[in-house]
Design a protein around this ligand. Structure first.
Ligand code: ZN
Length: 425
């Protein structure tokens, strides 16, 4: 069953191929099916016995495992992360051209660092929705891993003060990718995607498509101690959550019901049917308990929200609280914030520290500068939605929300180790 752990190739493959939340879910699904989990349909009745199950909803996936049918009374141990990353998403109409170049419009999804999308070789992935002759609406995953699109930067000769005044990018005007000559036979992007993916153009109704940087994940540093990749936030946490969940199920130590919940839409606030603020997890829990009173079990439950943390940037020390210096490869960052931007309470912190200390897992304590607004995660949202104790923690990283982020390779293993021991605690 140990299909993932201690294997960087698997991590790199997961990072490279999960170019959209739908592809992240596909990858997770394949790993769960490999270890004999059963996919359930939310629209159908469920007959649950012992074993592993999972459901999917619009780029989110939740899995759980019953050792014995009555164990749910001991509570739930939930590991959660998010499948989405900030990026550029294609609009519903994709016909544009200027000065002989085919273009299309994009929307900015989440808090993307826009400059990081310039001059990159970009592919396209996501889902095409098709209508079959019998009226069925179907989701078809597509992934074009060819350098198709480019957002060319303006030459410095035409913007002489850019290095002094900073780069200002208007998302409507300056981020329109070019992808073909208008003199070419193919000027409709969906015609092109249809031909590339082998999906009948006439059946395509709509899409959720997005750009991705084609550069693959790689080691960086004199000792190859860091990983540079797209979507480190938050696919490294998805990977570590999945890996530790599968290992925990195989190990069978868990006293509580282990649940893996990877949500879409965190980067845009989680308020959606698939997001952490929706009813995916509350409804799942209701169905697990089959109409029984589960208030005691909920009081015994605990959730870990694993998400990227800011490592202290050596060139911007003034942006950090140096009492809470965070280093890559120095352990998972337990996140605290008095204004509930992170859900970890003092008790949650102590619980996480106990797991770390009894298993020799290094950890650090993150707290934002008091004069800067703090980011957030699905932790406070899930905590409020479920009313259960929640711990926010994650892997320290630099360049958060860039197309190319950076984290320490050892921290991924520390997070896996932590989550495995959390699930078994
Ligand atoms: Zn994140």
């Amino acid at each position: 069953m140990n299909t993932l752990q201690e294997n960087h190739n698997e991590l790199f493959k997961f990072l490279d191929t999960s170019t959209s939340p739908y592809h992240a879910v596909k990858n997770v699904r394949e790993h769960l099916l490999e270890v004999n989990f059963t996919q359930l349909d939310e629209q159908a009745p469920w007959e649950l016995s012992t074993g592993g199950y999972f459901i999917e909803r619009d780029g989110s996936i939740a899995a759980w495992y019953f050792k014995e049918s009555e164990e749910a009374t001991n509570g739930l141990a939930i590991v959660s992360a998010h499948t989405d990353s900030p990026n550029l998403r294609l609009k519903p109409i994709l016909k544009g051209h200027q000065v002989g170049l085919s273009q299309f419009g994009v929307e900015v999804y989440g808090g993307a660092l826009l400059n990081s999308w310039l001059d990159r070789d970009l592919g396209i992935s996501g889902r095409l929705i098709t209508l079959s002759p019998n009226g069925d609406i179907k989701e078809n995953l597509v992934q074009i891993n060819e350098p198709l699109a480019k957002i060319p930067q303006l030459a410095i000769h035409l913007n002489r003060s850019v290095n002094e005044n900073g780069l200002i990018l208007n998302p409507q005007q300056h981020l329109r990718p070019i992808w073909n000559d208008t003199s070419s036979d193919t000027t409709d992007l969906i015609d092109f995607i249809s031909a590339e993916s082998g999906i009948d153009r006439q059946s395509i109704q709509s899409w959720d498509l997005m750009l991705h940087d084609l550069q693959k994940a790689s080691y960086v540093g004199a000792d190859r101690q860091w990983v540079a990749s797209a979507r480190i936030d938050n696919l490294t946490s998805c990977y570590a959550s999945l890996s530790s969940f599968i290992k925990s199920v195989s190990d069978g130590r868990s006293k509580r019901v282990p649940i893996l919940c990877l949500f879409n839409h965190e980067e845009v606030g989680s308020t959606s049917a698939a997001g952490a603020a929706g009813n995916l997890l509350p409804l799942l829990i209701q169905r697990i308990f089959k109409g029984k009173d589960y208030s005691e079990a909920m009081a015994n439950s605990i959730l870990v929200s694993a998400d990227g943390a800011h490592a202290t940037h050596p060139n911007y020390l003034e942006k950090h609280d140096l009492d809470h210096e965070i280093r890559m490869n120095a352990g998972i960052a337990i996140k605290r914030n008095s204004n509930e931007r992170y859900a970890t309470t003092a008790i949650g912190q102590a619980t996480a520290q106990r797991i770390c200390e009894s298993n020799n897992i290094p950890y650090q304590l993150f707290n934002n500068r008091s004069d800067l607004a703090c980011g957030s995660t699905i932790g406070p949202i899930s905590s409020a939605n479920l009313g259960i104790s929640t711990i926010d923690l994650g892997i320290p990283q630099l360049s958060m929300h860039s197309t190319r982020e950076l984290c320490g390779i050892s921290d991924v293993a520390y997070l896996e180790d932590f989550l495995f021991n959390f699930l078994g605690s």
